[in-house]
Design a protein around this ligand. Structure first.
Ligand code: PLP
Length: 457
């Protein structure tokens, strides 16, 4: 036991991890974006029984770097275009390291005054940056999956409360029926939230989308005060934004609750050039977003925004004799979790290091590069299926049946990585430009790969 304690006080290990981290940062961009077969084979090293005795921290770390680092997806470089994963701005990464050393519990003011302060500051900065209503409350969660769950929980509970029903106490059995309306293009995490919440993932009204993936406003059924309407800022395939102005106004008049899933797209509101996409979105009731996507903050950094503070905190409420809710900000009252890591630290550092203009420039830059990528691919004979409006490029081979083959070859090239999806029932290649590290030269290199593959086929 003494040995264990001695080890844990031996913080020299931080120098070792610093060397490994620098080594990784220097080499990552020169390695295969998706780990090669050798690297994957190397993971066998982790298949060992639970050690009976304490092990040496230095050799543990060595194993992690030697066998683990090669098997990472090199998304901190400039040629990763999978999902909508972003990079990490340096100030955020370094702050996260410091916060790791602090090991704070972000639950309450008394468990961490500094994190409580930074949550408060981020809340007000984000509201200003995104042009959300001044009264908006913000909860700091792991990602959009949880943020959406928080927003829909608040909406469900508030709609039922307006009808005189306390769902937190009575449960859903015997509750008035909530009508859930969403787009055919809603993200899978929205369905997950609905199923967890007892609203059912199939008991919903799916509204058709137009050719760009926007919900068709004229196909939305009549909204009323029992309706939960879920809209999208950034369709996960095309990047398109729903018509918030029309739909939020109608919902507001009808007494419906609107939640906007803006996991990567909400950040458009921070750009002078792109905020037209979010027009009218401030009339919604709740919004979810990920700072670990377009904003290039590290994982995991999700946000729930809610216009109705009472609705959010009563939906998330809990109590216990030892819980001291204070006059200060107690972060846990806005989220599902009690104990949480101090993710507001790196979010604060990201926002401070970019500033309002920096965030705007970042968002515009990503979109400009996506548009460039699309133009280059189109000039080489590929078909671009969407109007590139926000970060996303949907690509097909002119013979759609060859698209999966192109994708496989692209992924195996090691030069870049992007994922696949399906659009209008056909397989497509989905490129998301989300990292500030991506340069035009990176894109040129990637386009060469696409070009070569097309000639080979
Ligand atoms: C990524 C994403 C989600 C899920 O967010 P997580 O942070 O992975 O939980 C939800 N909706 C959209 C549109 C997304 O892009």
């Amino acid at each position: 036991m003494n040995q264990l304690i001695k080890q844990s006080q031996d913080f020299e290990i931080m120098n070792q991890v610093k060397n490994y981290a620098f080594d990784y940062m220097e080499t990552a961009n020169h390695l295969e974006v998706f780990p090669d077969d050798d690297a994957i084979q190397g993971l066998e090293a982790f298949n060992e029984p639970l050690p009976e005795e304490p092990d040496n921290p230095y050799t543990i770390l060595e194993q992690l770097h030697q066998k683990g680092s090669p098997a990472t997806v090199k998304q901190i470089g400039g040629r990763y275009f999978g999902f909508v994963n972003g990079g990490i701005v340096p100030a955020a990464l370094a702050s996260k390291w410091l916060a790791d050393v602090w090991d704070q519990n972000a639950a309450m003011y008394i468990s961490s005054p500094i994190v409580s302060k930074l949550e408060e500051v981020c809340e007000s900065w984000l509201i200003s940056l995104l042009g959300l209503p001044e009264v908006t409350s913000v909860g700091f969660v792991s990602g959009s999956s949880i943020a959406t769950l928080c927003g829909l929980t608040a909406g469900r509970s508030q709609l039922l409360k307006n009808l005189g029903y306390d769902v937190a106490k009575q449960g859903l059995f015997g509750a008035p029926e909530i009508k859930v309306v969403l787009s055919e293009g809603a993200h899978s995490t929205v369905y997950k939230a609905l199923s967890i919440l007892g609203l059912g993932s199939e008991r919903v009204i799916k509204v058709p989308m137009d050719a760009q993936g926007r919900i068709c406003p004229e196909r939305v059924p009549k909204l009323d005060n029992k309706t939960l309407l879920i809209l999208q800022a950034g369709n996960v395939n095309t990047g398109a934004f729903d018509d918030f102005e029309t739909l939020c106004k109608a919902a507001s008049e009808a007494g419906a609750w609107v939640h906007i899933d803006g996991a990567f797209g909400l950040w458009a509101a921070a750009s002078k050039e792109l905020k037209y996409l979010t027009k009218g979105y401030e009339l919604a009731d709740s919004w979810s977003a990920d700072a670990h996507k377009t904003l290039n903050a590290p994982y995991d950094n999700g946000l729930i925004f809610c216009r109705h503070r009472e609705a959010l905190i009563s939906a998330m409420s809990m109590s216990g004799a030892y819980i001291v809710v204070s006059e200060q900000r107690d972060g846990m009252i806005y989220t599902m979790e009690m104990s949480r890591r101090a993710r507001a630290v790196e979010l604060w550092a990201t926002l401070k290091s970019l500033g309002r203009n920096g965030v705007g420039a970042l968002v515009e830059n990503l979109n400009e590069k996506a548009a460039y990528f699309a133009r280059q691919l189109s000039e080489r004979g590929y078909i671009i299926l969407n109007e590139v409006c926000f970060n996303q490029v949907l690509v097909s081979h002119e013979s759609p049946e060859l698209t999966p083959e192109v994708l496989k070859k692209v992924q195996n090239s090691g030069v870049l990585w992007c994922g696949g999806s399906s659009w209008n029932g056909k397989p497509v290649i989905r490129i998301s430009v989300c990292s500030y590290q991506t340069t035009f030269e990176d894109i040129d290199r990637c386009v060469e790969v696409f070009s070569r593959i097309r000639e080979e086929l």
